[in-house]
Design a protein around this ligand. Structure first.
Ligand code: AP5
Length: 301
């Protein structure tokens, strides 16, 4: 991701050591940058663009070994904000996956869907996959010992740490929320999609998936664009009226406990309007959150 750093450097006579007040990879770049400086003495202004692996601001103090006086440096680092960490929750077919498509498109977050991770295990035919499938067919929660580590491992991968994450369908119980807290993981925002039950059933039975693009369709509300796509659409094994009622029961048993864990950061969004309207509300909250995370540094040393 492009990063631009602009530094105003005032009289730098051969800097040789660097002290840096930040512990991230921006530090490394500034250290590299300072070694470039040591071979050019009369630099008054330097602009640096780099593809950094972390987003943070850093201010360095360059000292001249031959004289102990600190060199004046004004460093103004303009960086991307810390990435967003968002959870999205809601009853089956409330539109979590649909909103996640729109959110990731705009915000570039890593979409981590607990249901998709589980379906991948099922498809792989692993022991965990077999156990997961039994629960999913009954509309029950898959046991924590399978789900928690799966989600944690994905959250800690470099792309999630770097770009931020959008966790979809996790946590679904208090114990799952607590497990994340124990790992030091807490989101910036917990979005709950609120949709009346009669709409949910209609959405589930009409849902279809494109195995090629992963895109979510609905026979009535979001039909496929071409006959070619229509011909290859698939239906999830748990997308029947009978199974969605079981899934809804499980959701109702757990939702209050999960909400209690994130009470202070919960945003309830009415999810029964057109998907663009629902997204507009989420988008506005995320933009505001992103703005709050931007805090430019400008320091005189
Ligand atoms: P999961 O795959 O997460 O299923 P779910 O929670 O039941 O949610 P869905 O994926 O069915 O719906 P969605 O909210 O994403 O809706 P979508 O956008 O697709 O979990 C499946 C199972 O895995 C669980 O039952 C459980 O067994 C297990 N599991 C998962 N997570 C677990 C965990 N943390 N712990 C333990 N077990 C776990 O939309 C649905 C349809 O509606 C689509 O056709 C779409 O086009 C349409 N639609 C969406 N928005 C709109 C709109 N605004 N207007 C009109 N139509 C719309």
């Amino acid at each position: 991701m492009a990063y631009s750093l602009s530094m105003a450097v005032l009289s730098v006579p051969k800097p040789t050591t660097t002290q840096t007040y930040s512990s991230n990879s921006t530090t490394k770049s500034i250290a590299n940058f300072s070694s470039t400086l040591s071979s050019s003495s009369n630099i008054s202004r330097v602009s640096l663009s780099s593809d950094l692996t972390r987003r943070s601001s850093s201010v360095s103090v360059l000292r001249n070994k031959s004289s102990s006086s600190a060199v004046s440096i004004v460093a103004a680092a303009k960086s991307k904000p810390e990435p967003l960490r968002i959870m999205i929750s809601g009853a089956p077919a409330s539109g979590k996956g649909t909103q996640c498509e729109l959110i990731t498109k705009k915000y570039g977050l890593v979409h981590i869907a607990a249901g998709d991770l589980l379906r991948a295990e099922v498809a792989a035919g692993s022991e965990n996959g077999k156990r997961a499938k039994e629960c999913m067919e009954k509309g029950q929660l898959v046991p924590d010992e399978i789900v928690v580590m799966m989600v944690k491992e994905r959250l800690f991968r470099p792309d999630s740490q770097e770009n931020g994450w959008l966790l979809d369908g996790y946590p679904r119980s208090l114990s799952q929320a607590m497990a994340l807290e124990d790992f030091g993981i807490r989101p910036d925002l917990f979005i709950l999609l609120d949709v009346p039950e009669e709409i949910l059933v209609e959405r589930v039975v009409g849902r279809r998936l494109d195995p090629v693009t992963g895109k979510i369709y609905h026979l009535k509300y979001a039909p496929p664009e071409t006959d070619e796509i229509a011909a290859r659409l698939t239906q999830r094994f748990d997308d029947t009226e009978e199974k969605v009622k079981l899934r809804l029961g499980t959701h109702h048993q757990n939702v209050e406990a999960v909400l209690a864990a994130y009470e202070d950061i919960t945003m309830k969004v009415k999810g029964d309007g057109p998907k663009e309207e629902v997204f507009a509300k989420i988008d506005s909250a995320l933009s505001e959150l992103e703005q709050k995370k931007i805090s430019p540094v400008s320091t005189n040393v």
